[in-house]
Design a protein around this ligand. Structure first.
Ligand code: GLC
Length: 437
């Protein structure tokens, strides 16, 4: 496999929790982020959103404060999405925020606001582009996918995909030179045509059409430490694996079975963009468990927010962010710098484990409240002290099952923890187990 360089994952795996932001003129229809695809809206008809985009309540400082309060350490923002709209002032297109009624480089304000809160900066950049006049139209995705062969051929007359690939490199130069240090670049995404070995641009797009090899080398030459995702359809080009809208049930591995850094991206409801009528909002408890699940399997969580077209984060999303904030305020020690538990510590019933290597502390996240004991298998001889994380109050524990007041030892070499009958008022209570060195 070719070596395209590697980003700095040290801070990333320490941080564990970031905010994804999908925002642009696509927030106006407020239906699905793929409306141009689902409703087959051609670029001319889509133009109305561009002409009228006027985020009069744009509050990047509030976004940044909400992210900070939720405990998020980095953010990734859509600088350009599949519709081709650019939030930044690019020399290479007119389809940008500066030419809408907003009239300014919105990306810059967002970056400044997050940096001011000490949050690291990531850029999402869509490889797919349903607006650029040189990007070849295909029959797989996008507004033109149902055109007849003749209609499509007509649309593709004079289009030169390599000019579009050059356009992307030019915009990447802008993004990676005009906004200071960028920590993450999140390309999205590839769907090469299998039948033509990825060669037929009218049936799909991948490394050939994006010129991925040139693109990744260009990125690394501009910012060598930047973390790049794995969606360029080019093995060896990604630092992280990016499962989307599901939780992997174990740590992610590379082709050789070696653990690999990964980041799950998830939504509060089923959509990335602002979606007015979407009703499948996750509960605060689900949101918190998502974060714990990711970290317990050595992953990061990139949790998405889709501000509305007037530029603020609505109450539904704010409630979820606040739930994170309330929990993280007391329990972030079980997230930052943590990963999966060491081998030989099978997880207790109805729990998840996270573990901090540096402090040698194990965190037991109680997903359902037991009565009144919990067995931590295989921990006999290894425990020094146990407390609740939220208030630092001691939790009694024992290594033998002989006392009548203790439950029988069913788990092997268990430590039995004695819990209060009433669950503490914490959505997911956490035990902090100090292990012996
Ligand atoms: C998908 C979608 C896109 C979204 C992305 C986030 O690839 O095409 O709308 O931005 O997921 O991961």
């Amino acid at each position: 496999m070719a070596d395209y360089g590697h980003g700095d994952l040290t801070w990333f795996q320490e941080a564990r929790f970031g905010m994804f932001i999908h925002w642009g003129i696509y927030s106006m229809p407020g239906r699905h982020e793929w409306i141009q695809h689902y409703e087959e809206i051609p670029a001319e008809k889509y133009q109305i959103y561009f002409d009228l985009f006027d985020p009069d309540m744009f509050q990047p400082v509030e976004w940044a404060k909400a992210a900070k309060k939720a405990g998020m350490k980095y953010f990734v923002i859509t600088t350009k999405h599949h519709d081709g709209f650019c939030l930044f002032d690019s020399k290479y297109t007119d389809f940008k925020a500066t030419n809408t009624p907003a009239g300014r480089d919105l990306l810059r304000e967002i970056v400044d606001a997050f940096r001011a809160e000490g949050i690291r900066v990531g850029f999402y950049y869509s490889l797919i582009d349903w607006h650029h006049p040189q990007c070849v139209v295909d029959n797989k995705i996008g507004p033109y996918r149902n055109l007849s062969e003749e209609e499509m051929a007509k649309m593709n007359e004079g289009r030169d995909q390599s000019l579009y690939a050059q356009y992307m490199r030019d915009q990447i130069t802008e993004l990676l030179t005009n906004y200071g240090k960028i920590d993450i670049l999140w390309f999205d995404w590839s769907y090469p045509d299998k039948e033509s070995d990825g060669m037929d641009a009218t049936r799909g797009k991948g490394r050939v059409q994006w010129e991925s090899e040139k693109l990744i080398r260009h990125v690394r030459s501009l910012q060598p430490d930047i973390i790049v995702d794995n969606r360029l359809d080019l093995p060896g080009s990604g630092d992280i694996v990016t499962p989307e809208q599901y939780t992997p049930d174990a740590e992610e591995k590379d082709e050789n079975g070696k653990p690999i850094a990964w980041e799950g991206c998830q939504t509060f409801s089923g959509s990335w963009w602002y979606f007015r009528d979407e009703l499948t909002w996750k509960s605060p408890e689900q949101c918190i468990k998502l974060l714990i699940d990711h970290v317990s399997r050595n992953g990061n969580l990139l949790m998405n927010v889709g501000p509305c077209s007037r530029g603020y984060i609505d109450d539904r999303a704010m409630n979820c962010l606040n739930a994170y904030g309330d929990w993280m305020k007391y329990n972030s020690r079980a997230i930052y710098g943590c990963g999966s538990a060491p081998a030989g510590m099978p997880v207790a019933t109805d729990c998840r484990y996270t573990y901090n290597k540096k402090t040698n502390r194990l965190y037991v996240h109680l997903y359902s409240w037991p009565f009144a004991h919990l067995q931590l298998p295989e921990l006999a001889g290894k425990v020094r002290y146990v407390q609740f994380l939220h208030d630092g109050s001691e939790v009694k524990w024992s290594e033998n099952a002989t006392k009548a007041t203790m439950c029988a030892a069913t788990a092997k070499n268990a430590v039995k923890v004695q819990l209060p009958v009433k669950k503490p008022d914490v959505l997911v209570p956490v035990l902090e187990v100090f292990l012996k060195d």
